[in-house]
Structures are given as C-alpha cells and as structure tokens.
Design a binder for this molecule. Structure first.
Ligand code: SF4
Length: 262
C-alpha cells in the first residue's frame, strides 16, 4: 500500500508544529515607533543576552498563558508546547470579536529569533491574519534572511554596553540593520544615568551609516511607577547628540507602565 495516504501535507505539518510560548495577549504597544497601537503579543521564551535593566520574564514556564478575552487581563493556562493551530485559532477569534481593533501581531520575547527555524513556518500563516512586527535585540543577523520576507515592521534594539552591561555587539547590530532596512526598521536604545556619551554616539554613527532617516528611539529606563532612571538634563543632551546625526529622533518612555497595561 502506498504511504501517501498516511502522509500529511506540508500545510498540515505546519499547523501541527508546536513551540513553547510564554503568553499570548492583546494590549497597547508601549515602546518604540508603534507606541499606542493595539497589538496581539506572542511572547517566545529564551534570550541570548542578559541586560542589566531587563524587566521581562523569558524562562519557559510549565504552561502558556492565553488571555481569555482580549484585553481583559484574565488568562487561562494551556499545556506546553502550543501548536500553531491553537495560536491561529486564538488570533482569528480575537480578530472576529474585535474587527479592526488590532494594528498588528507583535512577535516578542525574550529574543524571538532564537526560534527562527520555527518562525520560518509560522510567520507566513500569521501574516495572513495581520501585519507582523518583530521585536528583537538585533544580534542574530545570520538568522534574519530566512524571516525577512514575512515581516512588516522590525523594531530592533542597539545594546549600549554602558547601560545594558552586555558585551560589545556593534558589528552584529550593523549586519542586522543592513538586512532589516528593507522592512520598516526602527532602532531603540535604552538609556540610564549609566549610559556614556561615547556609547550613544557610536550607536548614532552606526545607524547613520545605514540610513540617517531610520527612526531612532531613545527610551529611558522606566520603572513601573513611571519614574525614569536618568536625569532629565542628561536625557536632553543625548537627544541633542542623536539629532545631530539622525533626522528621526524621538524620546519615548515605556508607555505601558503609564497606561497600566501588560
Ligand atoms: S535582550 Fe531584551 S529580553 Fe533579552 S535580556 Fe535584554 S532586555 Fe531582556
């Protein structure tokens, strides 16, 4: 007997593929150029960095939290791993319940590009429902070519060693931007009183060498009560330095803390 009858189509294989996920929820984007837009967030576990100011839980939990009603803040827990089928069904139902409410799907983490092999299968299916916005630390340029065609927006961090306490990553960031530039790329640096002007300047020069019109977001480290971890005068100096190199400089704190949403 032919084995064909037992074989699943590539599409079925894709729908049954699974991943550990941290959570799926609907909220307002609180960072970067898409601040204020409502998105569906799919948060993947794991990160290849350990930034000093990180406020995200990215270790894989025993179960995935999915909001019961989008925007309610109420969650149900489902066993890991989660199938693409479940994710698609969730997003599809939320789009039916709240037509036009969501601007895009945010693929976030941790560092979601650690799951690039899986995302290569998932992104084309998710992109049929909403535009896709990748939030990344911009340090895995070798994996971006396999995903780029399915992305509509890329929000990339440049890690400043003085404030993030990360290794020097300039070359990885440069190579990442060279590829990401074709997909509505914006760049964010997180600053605090620890940030040096040399680091900020290096980041600005790096971006300007790719394209001085790339939106460049300066994000002060923002506590949950909205307090900023940088003196206002230093923040203004950083803005002036950045604006002398780049044409699209904006200073935006983390908005979701102010809005009191996830
Ligand atoms: S890259 Fe992002 S998720 Fe990873 S440690 Fe840094 S701030 Fe946290």
């Amino acid at each position: 007997m032919s084995e064909c009858g037992n074989q699943t189509t590539p599409a079925q294989n894709t729908m049954n593929s699974t991943s550990e996920l941290i959570e799926i929820f609907s909220s307002i984007q609180g960072e970067g150029v898409l601040s204020g837009y409502r998105q569906i967030f799919i948060r993947y576990p794991g990160c290849n960095l350990s930034c000093e100011y990180c406020d995200t839980t990215f270790n894989p939990p025993p179960s995935c939290k999915i909001e019961t009603i989008p925007g309610s803040g109420q969650f149900m827990e489902i066993p890991q791993p989660v199938s693409l089928n479940t994710v698609i069904e969730t997003v599809h139902n939320w789009c039916k319940l709240l037509p036009d409410a969501h601007h895009s799907i945010s693929i976030t983490g941790g560092e979601p590009m650690l799951h690039a092999n899986l995302l290569r299968q998932w992104l084309p299916e998710l992109n049929l429902l909403l535009p896709l916005h990748l939030e990344t630390n911009g340090t895995l340029p070798e994996l971006l070519p396999m995903l780029i065609e399915h992305l509509d927006f890329i929000a990339m961090d440049i890690k400043l060693p003085s404030s993030a306490s990360t290794p020097v990553l300039w070359d990885k960031h440069r190579r990442f931007m060279e590829i990401a530039i074709e997909r509505n790329l914006s760049v964010k640096v997180v600053v605090s009183d620890k940030t040096t002007k040399v680091d900020l300047l290096t980041a600005c020069k790096l971006v300007s060498e790719i394209d001085d019109e790339i939106p460049f977001i300066i994000q002060p480290v923002t506590a949950k009560d909205g307090k900023l971890a940088i003196k206002p005068e230093l923040l203004m100096q950083f803005q002036a330095v950045a604006a002398s190199w780049l044409s699209e400089v904006r200073v935006i704190p983390q908005m979701h803390h102010l809005l009191g949403v996830a």
